[in-house]
Design a protein around this ligand. Structure first.
Ligand code: PLP
Length: 338
């Protein structure tokens, strides 16, 4: 088994995140019993999946004596918010490169994650056009920081390195332990996929490591199916190598569905709005509009298509992102959707 304790790690969440059934939501859907893993309740400001990855990635940065974390993301990036939060907690500085994934969408006064970057005292922003080479931008920012006498460390997009993926091997172990205690066997795990594919890659490598064949269904936030499946597979393969696991992942095990993306990354869809409202109104749990809302829209549609029998158990991994709701508010306030 992969020895996760052999890697430097910071701890940003005290206990395993809750895993529980959603009885009112499942009843309303009329399908299998849907359970939820609440990674939206992970530690650092606002929670979400990057917290698990940053435990390993920031530990490496600190071991190198870093005093400035540099990372990148979209203008409303959960990963950037959580990196800024980790920097605050560790007493180091944070600089961000933000990619505008549509022309001129950056708004320095926007709410959501942008507001939180400022509350967390991000020291510097580089605003980039869609399609910029973000690795190149971050390495230039690191060179500038070194010229100022800083010791910077560049964290890749979404902490989506094999080291970061270790966080989701850990999450998978938590899920299996909680399933044992609750005496439930999941027929599938459904998660948002996008950004880096690291969450899904970590779950798949964790399953391989544990000898468990539960299928994982990724629901894309922007990319097409082939691109996302390749990204998840490549990152899983690199993680297997990095963690010295002597097993191979079959490419057939990587499933990323792109039918719920709509017009593109962060573009609202009617199914996403329905999913966010349905979970909020049956269970009092919030989803985000960019990742977990579209992922839940996918799960709802798979249930309607009859993919899971009524006596089955499906686990939805809530990857967080809820602060972005405050930025993408308009579709939830329009008369047609309320
Ligand atoms: C809330 C949320 N869910 C899911 C994802 C996708 O995670 P990954 O990069 O591990 O595929 C992200 C990534 O940005 C995210 O912020």
């Amino acid at each position: 088994m992969i020895d996760l304790d052999s890697y430097p790690r910071r701890r940003y969440t005290k206990d395993p995140t809750p895993l529980h059934a959603l009885p009112r939501f499942s009843e309303a859907l009329g399908g299998p019993t849907v359970h939820i893993k609440r990674d939206d309740l992970l530690g650092l400001a606002g929670g979400g999946n990057k917290t698990r990855k940053l435990e390993f990635v920031v530990a490496e940065a600190l071991a190198e004596g870093c005093d400035t974390l540099i990372t990148c993301g979209a203008t409303q990036s959960n990963h950037c918010r959580l990196t800024a939060s980790a920097a605050a907690l560790e007493g180091v500085r944070c600089r961000l490169a933000l990619e505008q994934r549509a022309p001129n969408i950056y708004d320095a006064e926007a709410s959501g994650n942008n507001l939180l970057y400022r509350a967390l005292d991000v020291e510097r922003f580089e605003i980039c056009d869609d399609g910029s080479d973000m690795d190149e931008v971050m390495h230039r920012m690191a060179a500038e920081a070194r010229d100022e006498g800083r010791r910077p460390h560049v964290i890749p997009l979404g902490a989506g390195s094999p080291r970061g993926v270790l966080g989701y091997i850990e999450c998978l172990r938590e899920i299996l332990a909680q399933a044992r205690v609750q005496d439930v066997r999941f027929d599938a795990i459904v998660t948002a996929a996008g950004g880096t594919g690291g969450t899904q890659a970590g779950l798949l490598v964790g399953l391989l490591d544990s000898g468990d064949a539960t299928p994982v269904i990724g629901i894309n936030s922007g990319a097409d199916r082939a691109t996302e499946e390749r990204r998840v597979f490549d990152l899983a393969r690199r993680t297997i190598e990095f963690s010295h696991l002597s097993a191979t992942l079959d490419v057939q095990q990587v499933e990323c569905l792109d039918a719920y993306v709509g017009d593109g990354y962060a573009q609202p869809t009617a199914a996403m709005i329905e999913a966010v409202q349905r979970l909020a109104r049956t269970e009092g749990v919030l989803l985000d509009p960019v990742y977990s809302g579209k992922a839940m829209a996918g799960l709802i549609d798979l249930v309607r298509q009859g993919r899971f029998r009524r006596d089955r158990h499906v686990l939805f991994l809530h990857t967080g992102g809820v602060p972005a709701l405050y930025h993408y508010a308009a579709p939830f306030l329009s008369k047609e959707t309320t």
